[in-house]
Design a protein. Structure first.
Length: 197
């Protein structure tokens, strides 16, 4: 990010922390970098614990599996498509959280007894193994899927429930938790980037 004025810096941090639903406003103009994706991956808690008193320590998912290749794919997908919640930084963090917790950042992870593949655990009902195991194709496919199953009638923070469970009326806590973690990470990465500039 190349943000010069304090007013713009504050606006970026506020947009990450309080980004609204998919249809509200214009997407952020700032592009995300591979280094920012890696920084987000480093901050993802080591395990998913939705009802703990505090988040587990960072899992350093930037150092495992196929993290660099996946980070490049996430940056390209996020920069080339309309972001979720009108924020590229938040969309990047959502993908980093999902990749870490779904596959430990392995490009061709197999899950759900062979029904899901890739770093984002795409269902073979929605894609084939080749696409799911190619991080560049998988990231774009996941974003298109998220938009196509967007649960606009759901309470705030659960709009991605259908990505988690296949249904808008399930996985609300998981959806809320992952979004909250992604928002925190996006804000932390934005703050760290601002401090370096």
């Amino acid at each position: 990010m190349n943000i010069k004025t304090p007013l713009v810096q504050a606006a970026v941090l506020v947009s990450v922390a309080s980004a609204g639903p998919l249809s509200a406003g214009q997407p952020s103009a700032e592009l995300v970098t591979t280094d920012e994706v890696l920084a987000a991956m480093a901050r993802v808690p080591e395990r998913e614990v939705a009802k703990a008193d505090h988040e587990p320590p960072p899992g350093h998912y930037d150092r495992v599996g196929d993290a660099r290749e996946i980070a490049v794919a996430i940056a390209a997908a996020v920069n080339g498509m309309e972001p979720l919640y009108q924020s590229r930084a938040l969309t990047m963090s959502i993908l980093a959280v999902h990749g870490a917790w779904e596959s430990n950042n392995h490009r061709c992870a197999r899950g759900d007894s062979g029904r899901s593949w890739g770093f984002l655990q795409l269902s073979i009902a929605h894609t084939d193994r080749y696409q799911a195991c190619d991080p560049a194709l998988a990231a774009r496919k996941w974003l298109r899927l998220a938009k196509s199953v967007w649960c606009s009638g759901n309470p705030e923070g659960t709009e991605l429930a259908a990505v988690e469970s296949g249904r808008c009326d399930a996985a609300w806590e998981k959806s809320r938790h992952r979004l909250a973690v992604a928002r925190q990470i996006a804000g932390d990465v934005a703050q760290a980037t601002l401090q370096r500039e």
